[in-house]
Design a protein around this ligand. Structure first.
Ligand code: MLT
Length: 404
């Protein structure tokens, strides 16, 4: 008889955003007269920028002619895209990352879930609490997290680094030594950011104890403050200890198009083994690359027109963020985030739990958010709203909440 991967049976409940989706769909079906405004999952709503659409059309036409048709993409991704990334995202910021240290993929969610495959079973992971659930769940699937405590909602073999109002939602170096440290800044879900000296401390710590940092920078395009690093490679020594994940979903609206990349510097090694070569082996074996058409669309993100148009798109979402932040603050809510990130993190009022507030908001204001407890125990009594809605819906949602 075949056997299943029993680690999957340890996973409590379904994936957070699937659970929310089901709840909201059931509510909407039962109340067809209500206009439900969804500020839950961080999914974009603005159409793709004209420069990207133009690049997509052009690439589609190329696929229609034998001379310009493309089959399988190169393992690591097309050079035109990797060069554009290396130049614009790294060298322009003084980071010493070359095109052949960049692996193109179909998004940061997949990469953040898959990257743990190249690490041994016995590694101990450390995560922020609250945290994007993919990091933990994929380590559960790999059997790396020990036993689940349903009362505490924690895993015995995971080091949790609480991010609370007391520490300004920035994790502190844990007492127990981790092997793999997941960091995401600007942060999902709290919307907080850390300064370059703060990130440098993590890099120094990882290099000192021989840990690797998996740095999720999916929201870097939303940084508005000067002292906040866009890449971990802005820090001294990060090439020796850090893998960086990036996405085109949030900076360019590719949630439905799918494109991302992972950076693994060649100098990042475990003993004599370079992690770059392991990920290259994995990529080559299990992945056939993001579509040519999509990679051309990604290239357009870095064109002068693309850059200009996307700056406007980010500004549009950040105007929403400001409206939520200021609107809820003036209504007496305790609110943070929304300055360097498209997420606003608020305290549920009146001592409500995260899920109680979720139900209350859905029921009385017909507004969907994400319960903070879904991201980890320290998220309990918190709630996340995304700035990725349309401006009109954002204004209406905030006004409805204020009127409760
Ligand atoms: C979120 O809402 O946290 C994100 O949209 C999820 C994701 O990017 O996969």
């Amino acid at each position: 008889m075949f056997k299943i991967n029993e680690n999957y049976l340890k996973l409590p409940g379904s994936y957070l955003f699937s659970t929310i989706g089901k709840k909201v769909n059931a509510y909407a079906a039962a109340h067809p007269d209500k206009k439900v405004i969804r500020l839950g999952i961080g999914d974009v709503t603005q159409p793709l920028a004209p420069a990207i659409i133009e690049a997509l059309h052009k690439a589609v036409d190329e696929m229609a002619a034998a001379e310009t048709f493309r089959g399988y993409a190169p393992d690591l991704g097309y050079e035109f895209l990797r060069n554009a990334i290396a130049e614009n995202d790294y060298r322009a910021r003084g980071c010493n990352i070359s095109a052949d240290e960049i692996f193109i993929s179909d998004g940061a969610k997949c990469d953040s879930g898959n990257i743990q495959e190249i690490f041994g079973q016995g590694n101990k992971i450390a995560v922020c609490d609250p945290v994007y659930p993919v990091y933990v769940d994929t380590n559960v699937m790999a059997g790396r997290t020990g036993v689940y405590d349903s009362a505490k909602e924690t895993w015995s073999d995971v080091i949790y680094m609480p991010c609370t109002a007391e520490n300004n939602f920035a994790p502190e170096i844990p007492k127990e030594r981790p092997d793999i440290i997941y960091l995401c800044f600007p942060n999902n879900p709290t919307g907080s950011a850390i300064t370059k000296p703060q990130l440098q401390e993590w890099v120094d710590y990882a290099n000192k104890v021989g840990a690797v940092i998996i740095y999720d920078a999916a929201y870097e395009a939303y940084i508005s403050e000067e002292n906040v690093p866009h890449s971990i490679y802005e820090c001294e020594g990060a090439g020796l200890c850090a893998i960086e994940l990036r996405s085109f979903s949030k900076n360019a609206g590719f949630t439905g198009v799918r494109l991302g990349f992972t950076v693994i510097p060649k100098e990042l090694k475990c003993g004599e083994v370079s992690l770059h070569s392991l990920w290259a082996r994995r990529h080559g074996t299990k992945y056939n690359g993001a579509p040519y058409i999509v990679q051309r669309a990604g290239e357009a993100v870095y064109s002068p027109e693309g850059k200009r148009q996307l700056k406007q798109q980010i500004a549009y979402y950040m105007k929403n963020a400001r409206y939520i932040l200021e609107g809820l603050q003036s209504a007496g809510y305790t609110v943070s985030g929304g300055v360097n990130a498209p997420y606003i993190w608020l305290k549920a009022p009146g001592g409500m739990s995260s899920w109680e507030f979720f139900d209350d908001l859905l029921e009385r204001a017909n507004v969907v958010g994400t319960p903070g407890s879904g991201f980890g125990p320290s998220g309990e009594t918190y709630f996340r709203l995304t700035a990725f809605g349309s401006y009109e819906n954002t204004v209406e949602a905030v006004d409805r909440i204020r009127a409760l």
